[in-house]
Design a protein around this ligand. Structure first.
Ligand code: DGJ
Length: 725
C-alpha cells in the first residue's frame, strides 16, 4: 500500500498518505499553504472524506516564519533584499515510485512573491508502517538566501494526556529512558557534538497519546530524525489544541547560505503510529529499519571477538593469533583487531598519536595484515579491523604533511581532544573526503579478505572553523562535514557493498538511523557492564533492532564499573543483542571457555529469532521491580526466546511473575532453557504450554541458580527458547 492520491489540478484535494496500518491526511489547495489534517490509524476512504465534518481543524503542515509569527516555525529565511518573511502556497503535487516499491509524494510550495520554493516529501513502503518526510528548499532567484531554520518536518499532536518518551545519557551510560507528561512550555532535545550525536540525547522520541506510556497498548507515535549530525527536536505546548513537534538539523551556528539555483535537502524524519503502545512503535521501526534502512538488515550477523578490552593498545602478532584461535575454538566466526595496529614514524601505542597514518606497524605485526588474514583463514574465521578515518593527531605524519586538513578556526590554535592531540579532519573538504575513501579503499584493495570494519569516531567538533570553506560559508561547517561524510560513505558502499561496517563513536555516539544505510550495526556503549547494559540496551531497543546492537561479553571485574558479575549473566545479557566478545580469552578458565562454547552454540540456534524477530519488552528495569525481561518472537510465531535478568541481590525479593507477549494464543510451545548452568533442570524444562497461558501467566523464574555452593553468586538470569509444537 502506498500513497492513495486524489489530486486533480487546481482545486482543493485531499492527499491520503497511507501505509498498511496508518494514514496521514493532508489537504493541498493551489495558492494556499499545505494543510495537515490527520495522522493515526489507517482510515477507510469514507472516513477520510468525513474528517472535516468530524471537526478536524487543518493546520499548516510546514509552518514558516514571517506573517503569522507568534508560533514556532519549521522554516525561516532571509531573502537577498533583507526581507525575513515566507509566504508559501501549494504549486503542484507529484508522485513517483522507486525501484524497490517505495512511493514518494511531493507537494511543491512556492513563495507568493520571491523565487523560492519548498518541496515537502512523504515516502512510504508497501510493507512498512513508517512514513518518511523531509523538506527541500530551492533558491530559484539570483541572490543568496540565508536559511535560518530548516526543519525536516512538523507534526501536530492533539492535546490530551500526552506523555513523551525520550532518551538521555552520556559516554558509557547511553540510551537511558525518560518518560514524562508534556506540559506547557517548550521541550527541546538536541545535539551539538558536531561529529557524533547519540551520547547525551537521542534524535528519537515517542508520544503516548493515552496517558502513561504502556508497552502493549495505547495509541503511540514514534519519530526518528535520521541524521548523523547536530539535531534539534522541539515540542511546543502553547495556547493551541496541539503539541507542536518540529524535528530537523540543529540550526545553531549553522545558518545556511543557499546560493542561486541551489537545493537544500533536509534529512528524513521517520514517523510511525501504533495502537499497540511503545512496543508496537518499536516493532514498526525495527521492521522498517531491517527491511529498508539498515545495511544488510536481512542477513544474520557473525559472532565475533573484538580485541579492545582484551589487549587495548598491546597489539602483536602472537597475541592476535592466540585470540583468533580462542574465538574460533569457542565457536565464534570473526575476529576484529581494534586500535593500536598502525603508525610507522609514530607507532600507535596510546591514544595520543598516529590517527591518519593507516600503515601497519610491522614491529608489532611483522607479517602485516596479510599474515593476520591468513591466520584467521587457518582458524576458519573471518578477519576485521578498526579505523578512525575522520580524525588525526598532531603527532602524525598526516598532520605534518597536511595541517590544512584539520578543522580549526583562523588565527587560533585548535583545542585538542582525546590523548591531548586529537583533531577532527575537515570532511567538508573534497580532498579529505578522498583521503578517507582511500583509507578504506587501500585496506580493501590490499586485503580483500577483510570482512568487517569497525569505524570509530572519538572527538567532537570543538573548533568552529573550516580551512576549506570560504569566509562567508563558515557557518556551513557542521552540515558540510556530514555531507562530506555521507558522500564518502556512499562511495565506499558503492565499491564495497558487502563488507560489514560497525558505527562506533566513543561507544554509542552513532546510534542513529541517519548512518544506518552505510552501517550494519553500532557499538551500544563503551560500558560493557552487563547490569548497566540491561538499562542502556532497553532504552536503545525502543528504536533499534537487536541485529544492530553490538553487545559483547566482557571481563569480570568489569573494566568500566569494576563490578564482579557472573559469566552466565554477562553472557545472557550479550545474547539479547548481536552477540560478541570483548575479553582476553587466555584469562578465561577452561570451564569458562566451555560454558561460553555452549552459549555460543545456543545463540546460533536463536540467532534468527533475536536478529529478525519481533521484540516484546515485558518488565522494564526502570520500573524498579528487581528484574527485567523481554522476548523476541519470530514473525511466523513458531519460535520465541525469552530473557529474564535479576537486577538486585536482595534475599527474598518478591519478584513479579512476568507474562509473555507476542505468541500465538492457540499454539502450544515447548520450553527449553539455554545457557543453562543449574545442576537440575527448571520444572518446566521440556514441558509445553499454550501461548494463551504463557501470555496470561508467564513462568515462575527461580530467584537464584541451583549450582554447587562455591559457584553461588549474586546474579541470576534465564534464557528460554520456546518452540511451537
Ligand atoms: C572507542 C571505542 O568505543 C572503543 O571500543 C575502542 O575502539 C576505542 N575507541 C579504541 O581507541
Amino acid at each position: 500500500m502506498g500513497v492513495a492520491l486524489a489530486w486533480h489540478g487546481a482545486t482543493a484535494e485531499t492527499l491520503h498518505v497511507a501505509t498498511p496500518a496508518t494514514s496521514m491526511v493532508l489537504e493541498a489547495t493551489e495558492g494556499r499553504p499545505l494543510k495537515f489534517v490527520y495522522y493515526g490509524d489507517r482510515l477507510a476512504d469514507a472516513d477520510v472524506a468525513m474528517l472535516e465534518a468530524s471537526g478536524a481543524k487543518p493546520v499548516d503542515a510546514y509552518p514558516v516564519y514571517g506573517l503569522t509569527s507568534h508560533r514556532e516555525t519549521a522554516m525561516s529565511v532571509t531573502h537577498p533584499d533583507g526581507n525575513m518573511t515566507l509566504d508559501l502556497a501549494v504549486a503542484g503535487v507529484k508522485e513517483s515510485e522507486d525501484p524497490d516499491g517505495a512511493r514518494v509524494l511531493t507537494v511543491s510550495m512556492a513563495d507568493k512573491y520571491y523565487p523560492f520554493g519548498v518541496d515537502i516529501n512523504y515516502r512510504t513502503y508497501p510493507d512498512a508502517d513508517v512514513i518518511e518526510t523531509w523538506a527541500e528548499a530551492v533558491n530559484n532567484g539570483k541572490g543568496t538566501v540565508i536559511l535560518r531554520e530548516f526543519a525536516s518536518g512538523f507534526l501536530p499532536i492533539r492535546r490530551d494526556d500526552v506523555y513523551l518518551t525520550s532518551f538521555y545519557g552520556t559516554w558509557a551510560n547511553e540510551g537511558r529512558v525518560s518518560e514524562r507528561p508534556l506540559q506547557h512550555g517548550m521541550t527541546v532535545i538536541k545535539n551539538k557534538d558536531g561529529a557524533r550525536n547519540s551520547h547525551t540525547a537521542h534524535a528519537e522520541v515517542m508520544f503516548s497519546l493515552d496517558g502513561r506510556p504502556q508497552e502493549h497498548s495505547g495509541r503511540t507515535i514514534g519519530a526518528a530524525l535520521c541524521y548523523s549530525g547536530n539535531y534539534r527536536l522541539r515540542i511546543d505546548t502553547g495556547d493551541s489544541d496541539v503539541h507542536e513537534f518540529y524535528a530537523g538539523i540543529n540550526e545553531d551556528n549553522s545558518a545556511y547560505r543557499l546560493a542561486r539555483g541551489e537545493r537544500f535537502v533536509t534529512p528524513p524524519l521517520a514517523l510511525t503510529y501504533s495502537d499497540e503502545g511503545k512496543g508496537g512503535v518499536s516493532r514498526n521501526f525495527h521492521r522498517w529499519g531491517r527491511d529498508h534502512r539498515l545495511a544488510h538488515g536481512k542477513d544474520l550477523r557473525k559472532i565475533l571477538l573484538n580485541s579492545w578490552e582484551g589487549v587495548y593498545f598491546d597489539i602483536n602478532e602472537e597475541g592476535m593469533a592466540q585470540m583468533m584461535h580462542d574465538i574460533a575454538d569457542m565457536g565464534g566466526e570473526l575476529f576484529v583487531m581494534d586500535d593500536g595496529w598502525f603508525g610507522v614514524k609514530y607507532p600507535r601505542n596510546n591514544d595520543s598519536t598516529s590517527l591518519g597514518d593507516w600503515t601497519v606497524d610491522t614491529t608489532k605485526l611483522p607479517s602485516g595484515i596479510a599474515g593476520l588474514c591468513a591466520t584467521a583463514k587457518k582458524n576458519g574465521i573471518r578477519f576485521g579491523i578498526w579505523i578512525e578515518p575522520e580524525m588525526t593527531n598532531t603527532l602524525s605524519e598526516l598532520y605534518e604533511a597536511h595541517p590544512e586538513y584539520v578543522i580549526k578556526p583562523s588565527h587560533r590554535d585548535a583545542v585538542q581532544g582525546r590523548g591531548g592531540t586529537q583533531l577532527v579532519l575537515d570532511m567538508a573538504n573534497p580532498k579529505v573526503q578522498d583521503l578517507v575513501f582511500h583509507v578504506v579503499d587501500t585496506l580493501m584493495t590490499n586485503y580483500p579478505e577483510i570482512d568487517y570494519i569497525k569505524w570509530d569516531s572519538n572527538a567532537p567538533i570543538m573548533n568552529h572553523g573550516s580551512q576549506y570553506l570560504s569566509a562567508d560559508n563558515q557557518s556551513h561547517l557542521v552540515i558540510d562535514f556530514h555531507r562530506g561524510l555521507a558522500k564518502t560513505l556512499d562511495r565506499i558502499r558503492a565499491k564495497y557493498p558487502d563488507v560489514t561496517i560497525q558505527a562506533c563513536a566513543s561507544g554509542g555516539g552513532r546510534a542513529n538511523w541517519g548512518v544506518m544505510p552505510w552501517f550494519d550495526e553500532f557499538w551500544v556503549s563503551d560500558n560493557t557492564d552487563a547490569v548497566q547494559r540491561v538499562y542502556m540496551q532497553w532504552g536503545t531497543s525502543h528504536f533499534f533492532p537487536a541485529i544492530a546492537m553490538a553487545s559483547h561479553i566482557s571481563a569480570s571485574p568489569n573494566h568500566q564499573t569494576h563490578r564482579i558479575i557472573s559469566l552466565k549473566y554477562r553472557t545472557d545479557v550479550a545474547m539479547s543483542g548481536r552477540l560478541g566478545m570483548e575479553i582476553q580469552p587466555k584469562d578465561m578458565t577452561a570451564e569458562e571457555k566451555d560454558q561460553t562454547r555452549r552459549a555460543i552454540a545456543d545463540y546460533k540456534k536463536i540467532r534468527p529469532v533475536v536478529q529478525q524477530g519481533d521484540l516484546y519488552r515485558l518488565l522494564s528495569p526502570y520500573d524498579g521491580k528487581g528484574a527485567a525481561s523481554l522476548m523476541y518472537v519470530s514473525p511466523d510465531k513458531n519460535e520465541a526466546v525469552y530473557y529474564w535478568w535479576r537486577l538486585n541481590n536482595d534475599i527474598n525479593p518478591q519478584l513479579p511473575r512476568v507474562p509473555m507477549a507476542g505468541l500465538d494464543p492457540d499454539a502450544t510451545y515447548t520450553v527449553h532453557e539455554l545457557n543453562r548452568i543449574d545442576n537440575e533442570p527448571l520444572p518446566f524444562e521440556g514441558k509445553s504450554f499454550t501461548g494463551r497461558y504463557l501470555m496470561a501467566n508467564g513462568l515462575e523464574m527461580p530467584e537464584t541458580h541451583k549450582v554447587d555452593y562455591h559457584k553461588l553468586n549474586d546474579y541470576s538470569s534465564r534464557v528460554l527458547q520456546l518452540i511451537k509444537k
